[in-house]
Design a protein around this ligand. Structure first.
Ligand code: FES
Length: 172
């Protein structure tokens, strides 16, 4: 997915500062991509091309890394990201019910983002916390022994939660 034209200048500045931070070392590629993903909530194609140019790496190598690691996305994700584990241990403890309820509450399917860009969610196979199953993550925070009631509370909290930028805007 491409960025709007007006965002191109900003992109150039952001990529330059990220590449400078890592002194354009190819070994820092993953960290640079993590920074871009954190800023945009995904990896814009233009960013990959620019970073390849500045780090003197083949674009294909960046696409390879971007598509290999599940933490990276080439399509926009929401401001908040939720994962529902559907691995075996969670599956037998009704993870499917959590997925269905989350889909219904957000009005989206796994792998999608709400139209307001606030929340995206996906399913994953085992996130290494089987004893807590069924388990979900919200912005990398684990929530175990998930139930529909707990899920509703998590969603209420998330919708009421403001980002640091929103809080700064409010006090200005
Ligand atoms: S199966 Fe869900 S955390 Fe392992």
């Amino acid at each position: 997915m491409s960025l709007p034209v007006e965002a191109q200048d900003e992109l150039e500045q952001i990529i330059t500062s990220i590449v400078d931070r890592y002194k354009a070392k190819p070994t820092a590629l993953i960290m640079a991509l993590q920074d871009i993903q954190k800023y945009y909530h995904y990896l814009p194609i233009e960013a990959l091309k620019l970073i390849a140019k500045k780090m003197n790496l083949p674009v294909a190598q960046l696409f390879g890394v971007a598509t290999f690691f599940k933490a990276f996305s080439l399509t926009p994700k929401g401001k908040h990201h939720m994962c529902v584990c559907t691995g075996t241990a969670c599956h037998v403890r009704q993870a499917g019910v959590i997925v269905d309820n989350l889909s219904r509450s957000l009005g989206i399917n796994p792998g999608e983002t709400t139209p307001d860009g606030e929340i995206s969610f996906e399913t994953v196979n085992c996130i290494g916390a089987c004893a807590l199953g069924p388990v979900i993550t919200v912005d990398d925070e684990y929530h175990g022994h998930m139930t529909v009631a707990k899920l509703n509370k998590v969603l209420d909290d998330l919708r009421g939660k403001k980002t640091a930028e929103e809080m700064v805007e409010e006090v200005q």
